[in-house]
Design a protein around this ligand. Structure first.
Ligand SMILES: [Zn+2]
Ligand SMILES: [Zn+2]
Ligand SMILES: [Zn+2]
Ligand SMILES: [Zn+2]
Ligand SMILES: [Zn+2]
Length: 284
């Protein structure tokens, strides 16, 4: 599957020939034993074999490597004729560029572009062939748009043609409609389920918040009760304080009053201590 030796202008070094096809190496690889082959040749060989075809040393496709760089350079610089030289192409180039030319070579055989014609012609002759090709498509002279393959196409009927075209169009439209409907339904269902999920999440959030609020309001009530209790206590204390202050004021007042009885004078120390009972003592 290499390049035919006849296509080269010079004599080819033995080392650049494939060990299998004996042509010039194409897409070359080499084995660890340094024998070189076209990739396609050796891969085909290794389907059934496990040895090098040249020296019978063990070989697998995993051990294949690219060819030495200097050999690749030698290969690439070889002057080669176009693949279609027998058809008249006289193009010659470096081996590495020949593939690009061959893709567009005017001497390459191509098939006629008319659907029902399978004639092979050289690319350069295609235009001439199309002018005379009996399968040349032409539009229906009545203007229905039908492409007649041969002028002798007598089976054509404009009305039947248009009817068929309409049927095709109708079925295409209904297909598209069904497809769009399914797609819309699918999208709607997805959105609906998404909404349901969202609603459930929100509901659970609301429930959480409600229970939080009820806990907080219980706490608040407790705190308010405590506050009322505290205020009552404060009021009570204020009242007691007031009473005590009054008692204290009374006491101070009585202490500061000048004494009038002699018996009191005799026992001043006792009198000072029991001054609140002073009145009672004097009456006794
Ligand atoms: Zn080969
Ligand atoms: Zn070998
Ligand atoms: Zn060519
Ligand atoms: Zn043709
Ligand atoms: Zn027609």
């Amino acid at each position: 599957m290499g390049f035919d030796v006849d296509r080269f202008l010079e004599t080819i070094n033995e080392g650049l020939l494939c060990c299998i096809c004996r042509d010039v190496l194409e897409d070359p690889v080499q084995a660890p034993c340094e024998h070189a082959y076209c990739r396609a040749c050796i891969e085909g060989w290794l389907v059934h074999e496990t040895i090098c075809p040249e020296d019978r040393k063990p070989l697998s496709s995993l051990s294949l490597r690219p060819l030495f760089r200097y050999m690749r350079n030698d290969l690439n610089r070889l002057q080669i004729r176009c693949e279609f030289y027998r058809s008249g192409c006289d193009y010659i180039s470096d081996l590495e560029f020949i593939h690009g030319h061959q893709q567009e070579c005017h001497f390459k055989q191509v098939e006629c572009t008319n659907v029902k014609c399978s004639t092979l012609v050289l690319r350069k002759d295609l235009q001439d062939h199309l002018k005379t090709c009996q399968f040349h498509a032409m539009e229906c002279p009545s203007g229905c748009g039908y492409l007649m393959v041969t002028p002798e196409d007598t089976t054509h009927n404009c009305i039947t043609e248009l009817k068929t075209a309409m049927d095709v169009l109708r079925s295409e439209i209904s297909c598209k409609y069904e497809e769009q409907k399914r797609e819309m339904e699918l999208r709607l269902n997805m959105q609906r389920s998404h909404m349901v999920q969202k609603e459930a999440t929100m509901q659970s959030q609301i429930d959480d918040m409600k229970s939080e609020i009820s806990k907080l309001s219980q706490k608040l009530k407790l705190m308010m009760d405590l506050e009322i209790q505290r205020r009552q206590d404060v009021e009570k204390l204020e009242l007691e304080k007031k009473e005590l202050m009054e008692v204290l004021r009374d006491t101070n007042k009585r202490e500061n009053e000048p004494s009038s009885s002699a018996s009191c004078n005799a026992s001043v120390s006792h009198c000072k201590r029991c001054s609140p009972l002073h009145g009672k003592v004097t009456t006794i």
